[in-house]
Design a protein around this ligand. Structure first.
Ligand code: BG6
Length: 504
């Protein structure tokens, strides 16, 4: 199926001189231009607090794109697509909390034209910007012109703040105009989750508590907190990754089949799953989670300072850089199947993966043979990143006169078949914003359900004077994380075991 070119639109970026704009938004726009999915009727109006004119922003982007090395980042290099887009970029300087800038924007956007406002700004500005846009009539849609607002994470810092932000925004614009981003949904492998399930009878038919023992969802990172201390100390691993990125993965794994691929049908099913997450009491939350913070130590040949000694982190910080938790999805399909989640910084490998472990076979026929002792359960490993792909672990008979079993894996690697390295992960999100497809964006009720499920953990830890458990940089997290899963008789999937085939 060939995708249609997006309609004419002005993308107004608040925070145009920031990192997100140059690293992801503009490179994604270049890719969309190159592929023809956006045409010459698209323009970008950058809004920022720095002094400057149109050429100022264009030159800044030139410099950034020019620095990118050819090769791995070829997709973001300058070329004809950039030359064409460049001439359609303009810039306005202004204070996002004052009326003047909105008057100036209104001067560039006649009523009846299409516009998408992208809030690449600190979260404290989300509410005020939407209100000012509405005050100046900029969010008023007509039959011929849409007005949409794209909002980056974090959307709230707990349940109450997320509810308040939703209420504030929805007071002025309709849900159909709000595009709440979670950049994980821009990843091909995440979008593939629904296809893997719903286009494959042999997967979906087994997708329930009759056959699945448990699910593990991991987002491990090697990067440490680095220069993001101020943000991170106030946020922590739980808020930063769980109610958003990890829950999006969980929702796609656990949702019921939608009755169409219509955005609302899909968002209904995803929201239902998030609402079915068991809301623990704070005591239960404490018993079903561990938090960790890395100590000082070597990581990739560099001496990493302890999290608490990092710039902008309070020395008595109780913020976690690692979290592991056991969650339950209270639906008929998932009753009794634990979902173990973990995420952390400064770990042994960058590895975002979903591991589905199936129940063991009733191995009566192998009784009293060697086999019973080593018959592993089937596993489906969905490698979200890096080395994107899927691997199905099954047992086969090892050749020979005796019945002996050998686990083998059937592997699919994206890199063997497709080239997905040349995209930023923002292309489909921006394209969908332009064509008005909200499938990959979060709805208010889904966001709030996610926060509701993590709120007991936030409450339990806020009252707990203990500091997070320690872990060494370059490890799999604190020992207590192993304890959490071992008490159920299970083990974490080893990190960094990717699908790499030996290179010839
Ligand atoms: C961001 C978090 O939302 O996601 C970061 O704020 C994290 O702390 C990042 O590093 C991970 O995204 P990705 O795409 O690199 O896995």
């Amino acid at each position: 199926m060939t995708a249609q070119q997006a309609p004419p639109v002005t993308l107004v970026i608040f925070g145009a001189t920031g990192d997100l704009t140059r690293r992801l938004l503009v490179p994604a726009m270049i890719n969309l231009t190159r592929s023809g999915l956006v045409g010459s009727s698209l323009s970008i109006l950058g809004v920022g607090i720095d002094e400057g004119d149109d050429e100022f922003l264009r030159r800044r982007l030139d410099e950034f794109l020019g620095q990118l090395k050819p090769g791995a980042e070829e997709h973001t290099r300058k070329d004809e697509a950039w030359d064409s887009l460049r001439s359609r970029i303009s810039y306005l300087k202004g204070d996002f909390t004052k009326d003047q800038i909105f008057e100036a924007i209104a001067g560039r956007l006649p009523p009846g034209t299409n516009a998408a406002f992208y809030l690449a700004v600190p979260p404290s500005l989300f509410g005020p910007i939407v209100e000012k846009l509405a005050d100046h009539g900029l969010t008023t849609e007509t039959e011929h012109g849409f007005r949409r607002v794209a909002i980056e994470k974090p959307f709230g810092t707990d349940l109450a703040s997320a509810q308040a932000l939703n209420a504030r925004i929805l007071e002025r614009i309709a849900e159909s105009q709000v595009y709440r981003l979670d950049h994980f949904l821009g990843k091909e492998t995440v979008q593939n989750l629904m296809t893997a399930r719903f286009a494959n009878m042999m997967i979906e038919a087994l997708w329930n508590n009759n056959y699945i023992d448990h699910v593990q969802i991991t987002a491990a990172e090697v990067v440490d907190v680095g220069s993001r201390g101020k943000f991170y100390d106030a946020t922590g691993a739980l808020r930063d990754m769980v109610p958003n990125h990890l829950f999006q993965l969980l929702a796609m794994i656990a949702m019921e089949p939608p009755n169409s691929f219509d955005a609302e049908a899909i968002r209904n099913e995803k929201s239902k799953v998030l609402k079915a997450l068991r809301n623990y009491t704070p005591e239960e939350a404490k018993a079903n989670a561990v938090r960790g913070a890395y100590v000082a130590g070597p990581l990739n040949g560099v001496d990493l300072p302890a999290f608490r000694e990092t710039k902008d982190i309070s020395p008595d910080s109780r913020t976690e850089t690692f979290v592991a938790m056991k969650l339950l999805v209270d639906t008929w399909r998932w009753a009794g199947v634990p979902f173990y989640l973990r995420t952390g910084k400064a770990m042994t490998a960058r590895d975002t993966e979903i591991v589905i472990t199936f129940r063991k076979v009733p191995f009566a026929q192998f009784r009293e043979t060697e086999v019973t002792r080593k018959l592993p359960p089937n596993r489906l490993v969905i490698q979200v990143q890096p080395d994107e792909g899927m691997s199905m672990e099954i047992s086969i008979k090892a050749p020979g006169p005796l019945v002996d079993i050998e686990p083998v894996s059937l592997d699919f690697r994206y890199a063997d078949r497709f080239d997905i390295s040349k995209t930023t992960g923002y292309e489909s999100l921006i394209y969908d914003l332009f064509i008005g497809d909200q499938t990959l964006f979060q709805r208010a009720d889904g966001i709030e359900a996610g926060w509701a499920a993590v709120q007991p953990f936030l409450d339990a830890w806020a009252q707990d004077p203990a500091t997070p458990d320690v872990y060494q940089p370059g490890s799999m997290g604190p020992d207590s994380a192993d304890g959490l899963i071992r008490k159920d008789g299970r083990e974490w999937h080893e990190l960094g075991v990717l699908l790499h085939k030996p290179t010839a």
